[in-house]
Design a protein around this ligand. Structure first.
Ligand SMILES: C[S@@+](CC[C@H](N)C(=O)[O-])C[C@H]1O[C@@H](n2cnc3c(N)ncnc32)[C@H](O)[C@@H]1O
Length: 231
């Protein structure tokens, strides 16, 4: 994903480009672009209407899913996200708060699809994402290992986010992807990933920090969120 903040939060023009967002089934849906929109508004890093999201994904199914959602949004149809929460794991209070308020900046809560009886104990929420939010998320078919967007310097990203994506690739492919990310970032721009990437001698992307985020009380149920800065 990319984020561009050119001005103070109140007037920021922000554009985001998540790389690899996935679209799950039953019902088919994608969450990440809308989660980013929602969080950026909540954190006052962007204002509604000033946020542009470019979604990069290699999967035709994912791109087609978002294109179809955009087609429906042009007819003022909203996009409804189903957000079930199982009881098998005890979520951290922070994760529960995030889940319970998720989407309030990108849409509104609506009645969810009830879970089947066999999933007794599953809590559910649903959020209707506003059509203009769906239209702010522009899908682009791109393989980040082999391709990059040819962006003018002013249009380059301040932030690229790629979660659960680098893990599929070996060191050579990760380095190629890093070069492509770097080419789309402004100087000083950041890449955020939950994959640990290796600083390559001579590479322009350098590790800048990391933080651990826990979702449940179970060991390993968390992510090390790492950020890399373009020199
Ligand atoms: C496991 S999903 C991760 C989805 C989401 N980012 C998350 O963290 O839940 C991986 C996604 O990355 C996409 N992907 C894999 N390789 C890619 C590549 N080379 N370029 C762009 N997208 C890629 C896949 O199509 C899929 O949508």
């Amino acid at each position: 994903m990319r984020i561009r903040c050119d001005a103070s939060p109140s007037s920021a023009q922000v554009s985001i480009s998540p790389i690899g967002i996935a679209a799950t089934t039953n019902p088919q849906q994608t969450i990440q672009p809308f989660a980013l929109y929602d969080s950026l508004l909540r954190l006052a890093l962007a204002k509604s209407g000033s946020l542009e999201i470019t979604v990069l994904d290699i999967s035709p199914r994912v791109i087609d899913h978002l294109q179809q959602a955009q087609n429906r949004a042009r007819k003022s149809e909203a996009y409804v996200l189903q957000l079930p929460r199982g009881e098998a794991r005890r979520w951290t209070p922070g994760a529960v708060t995030y889940w319970s308020t998720f989407g309030d900046r990108a849409g509104e809560s609506v009645a969810p699809i009830p879970p089947p009886a066999i999933l007794n104990g599953t809590e559910t929420r649903a959020v209707r994402i506003r059509p203009e939010v769906v239209l702010a998320c522009q899908p682009v078919d791109l393989d980040i290992v082999l391709q990059r967007l040819d962006l003018a310097p002013a249009a380059r990203f301040d932030l690229v986010i790629a979660t659960n994506m680098f893990v599929y690739y070996n060191a050579l492919e990760q380095n190629l992807a890093l070069e492509n990310v770097a080419a789309m970032l402004k100087p000083g721009g950041f890449l955020l990933s939950n994959d640990k990437l290796v600083d390559r001698p001579g590479g322009v992307m350098k590790s800048a920090g990391s933080t651990m985020v826990w979702y449940t009380d179970q060991p390993k149920a968390g992510d090390s969120v790492n950020w890399y800065r373009k020199q």
